[in-house]
Design a protein around this ligand. Structure first.
Ligand SMILES: Cc1cc2nc3c(=O)[nH]c(=O)nc-3n(C[C@H](O)[C@H](O)[C@H](O)COP(=O)(O)OP(=O)(O)OC[C@H]3O[C@@H](n4cnc5c(N)ncnc54)[C@H](O)[C@@H]3O)c2cc1C
Length: 532
């Protein structure tokens, strides 16, 4: 007999297989020995009340042989001899999932990636973190697996209408992720596990006859009769193709400039900008779970999520990383960008999150005209990109170089007071006390100040700990690569660029995704739309 149950358990009841089975037996009125096994179908934590519950939906096997979870199968074909080939520019989640989908469709993908493969890239990240020296082609954004490889690996998305999230999660499991991502409410892989998964995907693409070329930065292309004929790389190689997927991510500013120079339509797009905030993880646990509840370590490090409208613009937390590390995510010298990641165990002592303000074109146009800055063309599709770059450069200067980040304690920030000392911080290149309002434009700075005070009231103090709004927290500037500052338009149905009919803009850089899963889904969608 098989049964589907919902269980509301205390953390101690959900803490071990034995305790869990006992609870199933009690709920079904059977003996423990009659429960032959179970699959968890859904799992979420309810920490809203005084008692914390862990909710489960389970599929239970009673008095009959237990069958392992059936995982999705994928039909990867041999495309080595396929007549048609698609060039994919960019080997991030969008590019890789497009390639896997093309292979299932019997079309040969050729990925051209400007950065290095996963292992060589790791060495460049170590130099950036330890010595403050950046490789502009191999960093947290560029290289095999794109920004997704050394990301946090949170796999939840609000874009569930854009594709089959479950299929993407199953593909991750197929390539080595743990099965819990299939049922957790907030699935997370962790930075330590992603590189092996990305490598397994690349190997499969190549085993099936696809190609993956590293250190191939696209710097030019030729167009004939509304079609791209070939792309050229920085080292002079030429790649002709039947169709071209452009999946270069939000940091490929050279690609945005190239399209603009060639009069190919692109559009300036709003994004969000702010800081990354770090608290002691213990403080966030105490607020979310109550002081004593997690002493046994039965709950995962707590997270939070905020959104508030301040003076007509959204202020919201972004990419929260419990037990995480703040990372230097710039792609150029003289620009300071931060982001966050965490290992699968989320066992670092800090909780960090982006805290950002929505920025629209009119905000930037007003900001420049108030400053009587005449250098900017307010109608340029690159307006938002240059604005983003300018804030990152100011932040770099405020940190004093070598990717040391300007930082300020939270209450000091709202009072515009220089922090005489800074708390410990996970950001490896180091932080330096600075007035962040010197790097952040006033329309961002002022909204952040208002929102932070309000978030303190939403997350009040528990036990000996303070509330969210505290000088124990540090703000690190700038969280600026939240999404692309440019949209590359495409035909709604056929998904190609309106004027170049074999160019398929894709993923986050083109403005159609905002994270790993949405970029992966967009890659699949575009691959399915290619008709050659
Ligand atoms: C530290 C960090 C943590 C993050 N954490 C999360 C998270 O937990 N969850 C989540 O959903 N998202 C997270 N993200 C965001 C996520 O990684 C991106 O949304 C996602 O990777 C976008 O996928 P993409 O394929 O569209 O672009 P990208 O991943 O940016 O890939 C684009 C690729 O194109 C290549 N490229 C660029 N220009 C060229 C060129 N001219 N020629 C050839 N190749 C080129 C780049 O090198 C890059 O590999 C994080 C990002 C960072 C940096």
């Amino acid at each position: 007999m098989q049964e589907k149950l919902t269980l509301r358990l205390l953390p101690s009841q959900a803490s071990s297989h034995e305790a869990f089975t006992e609870h199933i037996a009690k709920t079904t009125g059977k003996k423990v020995s009659e429960i032959t096994g179970y699959h968890i179908l859904k799992k979420s934590i309810d920490a809203r009340g005084k008692i914390i519950w862990i909710n489960h939906t389970v599929h239970v096997f009673i008095n009959e042989p237990f069958h392992k979870r059936t995982l999705q199968n994928f039909d990867f074909q041999n495309v080595g001899g396929a007549a048609k080939k698609v060039i994919i520019i960019g080997g991030g989640p969008a590019g890789i999932f497009a390639a896997l989908q093309l292979i299932e469709l019997g079309i040969k993908p050729i990925i051209l990636e400007r950065g290095k493969e996963v292992r060589a890239r790791r060495r460049d990240l170590a130099v950036l973190n330890k010595e403050g020296l950046i490789n502009t082609e191999s960093n947290y954004c560029f290289g095999e697996g794109g920004a997704g490889t050394y990301s946090d690996g949170k796999l939840y998305t609000r874009s569930n209408k854009r594709g089959d999230i479950n299929r993407i999660l199953n593909l991750f499991v197929h390539f080595g992720a743990e099965e819990n991502i299939l049922y957790e409410a907030h699935p997370h892989i962790g930075t330590n596990k992603l590189p092996a998964i990305i490598t397994a995907m690349r190997k499969r693409i190549m085993d099936c006859g696809g190609e993956f070329h590293f250190e191939k930065k696209i710097t030019d292309f030729t167009v004939e009769k509304n079609k791209i004929k070939l792309v050229k790389t920085a080292d002079g190689e030429i790649f002709p193709g039947d169709a071209f997927i452009l999946a270069t991510g939000h940091s490929a500013r050279d690609i945005f400039k190239l399209l603009h120079q060639k009069n190919i339509e692109i559009i300036a797009k709003g994004f969000a900008l702010g800081v990354r905030i770090e608290h002691p993880q213990e403080l966030i646990n105490s607020i979310q779970y109550g002081g004593s509840i997690n002493k046994e370590g039965l709950l995962p490090p707590a997270s939070y999520s905020f959104v508030e409208r301040v003076e007509g613009r959204g202020v919201f937390s972004f990419c929260m990383c419990p037990g995480g590390i703040i990372a230097p995510a710039a792609t150029n010298e003289n620009e300071l960008v931060v982001n966050g990641w965490s290992p699968s165990k989320r066992n670092n002592p800090y909780a960090n999150s982006g805290m950002v303000v929505q920025v629209e074109k009119e905000d930037v146009a007003k900001y420049y005209s108030d400053k009587k800055n005449k250098h900017h063309d307010f109608k340029s599709p690159l307006l938002m990109m240059y604005f983003q770059k300018e804030v990152e450069e100011k932040s770099f200067l405020a940190g004093g170089g070598k990717f040391v980040a300007p930082a300020q304690r939270m209450v000091d920030f709202t009072e515009e007071k220089f922090s005489r000392s800074l708390p410990g911080c996970s950001y490896l290149p180091g932080i330096q006390s600075a007035l962040l309002n010197e790097a952040l434009p006033p329309f961002i700075n002022d909204r952040l100040q208002i929102a932070l005070r309000s978030f303190g009231k939403k997350m009040p103090a528990k036990n000996k700990f303070s509330n969210y709004f505290t000088n124990e927290a540090v703000l690190v500037a700038t969280e600026s690569r939240t999404s692309s500052p440019v949209r590359i338009p495409r035909d709604e149905k056929r998904l190609h660029h309106p004027s170049i009919i074999n160019l398929f803009p894709c993923g986050e850089g083109a403005g159609y995704a905002g994270g790993i899963v949405s970029a992966a889904m967009d890659g699949e969608r575009v691959a399915q739309a290619i008709d050659i």
